[in-house]
Design a protein around this ligand. Sequence first.
Ligand SMILES: Cc1cc2nc3c(=O)[nH]c(=O)nc-3n(C[C@H](O)[C@H](O)[C@H](O)COP(=O)(O)OP(=O)(O)OC[C@H]3O[C@@H](n4cnc5c(N)ncnc54)[C@H](O)[C@@H]3O)c2cc1C
Ligand code: FES
Ligand code: FES
Length: 481
Amino acid sequence: MITFIDNATVITLADVDPNRSVLDYLREDAGKTGTKEGCASGDCGACTAVTATVDEGALAYQAINTCITPVGHLHGRQLISVEDLAENGVLHPVQQAMVKAHASQCGFCTPGFVMSLFALWKGDEAPSRHTVIDALGGNLCRCTGYRPIIDAAVAACRARGEDSFSRGEARTVAVLEQIASDPRDVHLAGEGRQYLAPRNLDELLSILQAQPEARLVAGATDLQLEITQQLRQLDLLVYTGHVAELKIMEEADGCLHIGAAVTYAEAQPVLCHHFPDLEELLARLGSRQIRNQGTLGGNVGTASPIGDIPPFLLATGAHLQLRSSSGSRELPIAEFFLDYRRTALRPGECIERILVPLPEQEELLRAYKISKRLDDDISALCGVFNLCIRDGTVTRARVAFGGMAAIPARAPACERSLRGQPWTLETAIAAGGALAQDFQPIDDLRASAAYRLEAAAGLLQRLFYDTVDSDIGPVRVTRYA
Ligand SMILES: Cc1cc2nc3c(=O)[nH]c(=O)nc-3n(C[C@H](O)[C@H](O)[C@H](O)COP(=O)(O)OP(=O)(O)OC[C@H]3O[C@@H](n4cnc5c(N)ncnc54)[C@H](O)[C@@H]3O)c2cc1C
Ligand code: FES
Ligand code: FES
């Protein structure tokens, strides 16, 4: 049984197909068809709704892509869709701002934009234009054009006040806390399939031991696409999001310990505090909707050659703590990826934590993502460089790439050509040239092999200019508008 609040109504579901999405629930079960389906793959934002959870006694609102969120993930949350915003026939301030700015034409994208804007309106105190663009980066509009939508967002956030959700907050918090304290199992069973949401690691591991064929699901931003794009049916889903041990984030023994179920949105402030250069990479990883749901453990677990986190983990020398009911083992991240989407994970085992060594004082970490679109696009390639430079000489170099091979990988020839060399443009060019010994990339829809090699080599020159005082200065594109 799962329990959540749909706007103001407490809903309990038990015999529902666990492969159903929140979008299916909204449109087909609740009859709320304002939320649209565009791509069913998390890309367009037409299906955006908002969920609220309790954070330190108050409600925290997050936009999500309902098309790729399993309905079971609603347990313990308040679900808010576009129908819920107007009060007694009066539009919500974010809707009024959209009307006033002429920010809608055909209207198909509008409910999604309104909900992303609503989450922003409920969150940031006074978002800058940059923050507004970031918040709307996961929503596509094909006819209005973005300027009026951004103008509406800026205007709405300038004039914020109460709404029905703030007036009902105390009651919502009380109900959500009651749901959280209910000791009954969280599960769904329907159409011969099951969804289980254990609350601690022992419970999760015993499920995996008994049924090693179970599929772990965290944010579902990869996994649910198997259902919506490949039309597969997944018989047993085990949700990691309620397992307290997998939500840990702490510093110990010179490492940052990040639980496998920590989302990007949760990890971002801590990661950027220690590795400030990750800010751009994380801001360009998916969209806000994706970062609210997607986890670091899922990014590693899915073992995509173009995932953005593995190159960072390889360049920092991170380890994974893997756990099964027979014990725990630690594995250097480089030994986890065996072949295309094949990992060293054994049956019954899960990723418990990612251990990222805290940076040393002289360490210089730079991360570059190359994709066709600035926001919400998968990398054609992603390069992360971790250098120690002493008295102008490279004393240590760790270089890792995604998008250059069947697995995310270090670049040993490139690293060798950097080590012990003066940090000059000539060294950077030579190290870029050495990448041809490390990688034979493929041609695909994101980039040709030749482009990948040339762009990767170019990143070494960019790294050089980013790390020395020069007329060229840091070469970064972070925003178009
Ligand atoms: C629109 C869109 C944009 C995206 N953009 C990017 C991008 O820019 N960069 C990028 O890197 N990725 C991107 N992704 C991919 C995806 O969001 C990430 O890979 C994300 O980190 C997956 O995490 P998740 O929690 O959603 O994983 P899930 O989908 O829940 O799981 C993914 C896989 O990991 C396994 N898994 C999950 N947790 C564990 C665990 N604890 N132990 C072992 N295995 C586990 C699951 O079984 C599954 O096989 C995008 C996806 C979408 C839909
Ligand atoms: S329908 Fe396009 S993101 Fe969900
Ligand atoms: S108004 Fe038509 S797609 Fe945005």
